[in-house]
Each structure stands twice: as structure tokens, then as C-alpha cells.
Design a protein around this ligand. Structure first.
Ligand code: HEM
Length: 155
């Protein structure tokens, strides 16, 4: 389960379910990096881009779950390079419920089935490009062949 949690974190870094967070409104005029942000400006934070920012992440485009091992970066809204659940007063209230559901479903699928790519396809054929939309989805469907583990049949 420890490694599975690292995989889930890395997946949420590269493919946050909500890539553009719901809009915020600027409560007072602010200066950021020489830019003046006027009062009432509507701000949309790009969580997808933050998760791939080369200034925050080593080799950002690669899927490396181990990067979260012994890392202090958490998704509770205090580390702005990793905010798959948002941040601040409107942060997702369903974080724990969501994570338990993702972890449990994945663990069950991995425990009970052997997963393979369909005949004549290999890992180079996998296209992880995302479709545009409110929540993350793959542009091309993922086809896998699931085989029941032999020892499952003994139960
Ligand atoms: C892996 C699963 C989930 C992800 C990635 C996720 C992600 C998010 C994100 C990015 C936001 C916007 C936060 C912001 O604006 O700063 C949000 C808001 C919200 N989420 Fe989730 N969520 C998940 C699961 C859930 C679940 C299971 C529930 C309820 C049972 C839930 C309920 C909500 C609600 C009510 C809001 C609106 C909060 C507000 O605007 O005050 N979420 N979620």
C-alpha cells in the first residue's frame, strides 16, 4: 500500500482530476513578480501546470512515484506546486474519502487480476494525452486484458 500511495500521488501530480481550479476573485490589489493584479480580478489557477513546473520538479514529465518517498510535499494545500485538491478555504472537503476510494479500488483490481496490454500492443503504444474538459480524461481509451489470478479460483 505504501508504494500504491506513491503511485496515486504521482498520478495526481501529472494528471490532476481538475486541471483548472474553480475561479477565485482578488480581494485587494496585489503585486506579483512586477505585475499589478487589480481588485476583483478573476484568477484561475492551473494545477496541471504547477504539477509539471520544471522549477519545482526534477524531470517533471516523467512518471516517478519514488519522488514522493521521504518527501515533505503533501496535497493538503500548503505546497502550491502540488494542489490536486485545491488550496485555501475552498479546498476539497472530500480528500480523505476520495483517496480511500481510489486506493481501495486500485488495490482490489491489482490484487485480483493480472493486467496485460492487448495482443500486438506494447507500452510505447500507450498514449497518455489528456482530453480537454472540466475533469481529466484520456483522449484515447485505455484497453487492457484482465486475467483472474489462479489463486483466486481456490477461494
Ligand atoms: C480523488 C478524488 C477527488 C479530487 C481529485 C477532488 C478534487 C477537487 C478539487 C481540485 C476541488 C476544487 C478545490 C479548490 O477550488 O481549491 C474540489 C472541490 C470540492 N470537492 Fe473534491 N475531489 C475529490 C473527491 C471528492 C469527494 C469524494 C467529495 C465528496 C464526497 C468531494 C467534494 C468536493 C466539494 C463539495 C468541493 C467544493 C468545495 C468548495 O468549493 O467549498 N470531492 N475537489
Amino acid at each position: 500500500m505504501t508504494y500504491l500511495n506513491l503511485v496515486i500521488k504521482e498520478t495526481l501530480r501529472l494528471h490532476p482530476s481538475v486541471s483548472l481550479l474553480p475561479p477565485r476573485e482578488c480581494k485587494e490589489q496585489t503585486d506579483i513578480d512586477g505585475y499589478t493584479i487589480p481588485l476583483k480580478t478573476r484568477i484561475i489557477v492551473n494545477a496541471w501546470a504547477l504539477g509539471r513546473d520544471p522549477e519545482s520538479w526534477h524531470d517533471p514529465e516523467s512518471f516517478i512515484p519514488e519522488r514522493f518517498k521521504n518527501s515533505s510535499i503533501k496535497f493538503m494545500g500548503n505546497h502550491f506546486e502540488f494542489i490536486p485538491f485545491g488550496a485555501g478555504r475552498r479546498i476539497c472537503p472530500g480528500i480523505l474519502f476520495g483517496l480511500v476510494n481510489v486506493g481501495l479500488s486500485l488495490a482490489q483490481l491489482l490484487q485480483h487480476f493480472e493486467w496485460e496490454l492487448p495482443h500486438e500492443t506494447n507500452s510505447q503504444d500507450l498514449d497518455m494525452t489528456e482530453a480537454h474538459g472540466l475533469s481529466a480524461a484520456k483522449q484515447k481509451d485505455l484497453y487492457l486484458v484482465a486475467t483472474n489470478y489462479k489463486n483466486d479460483a481456490e477461494f
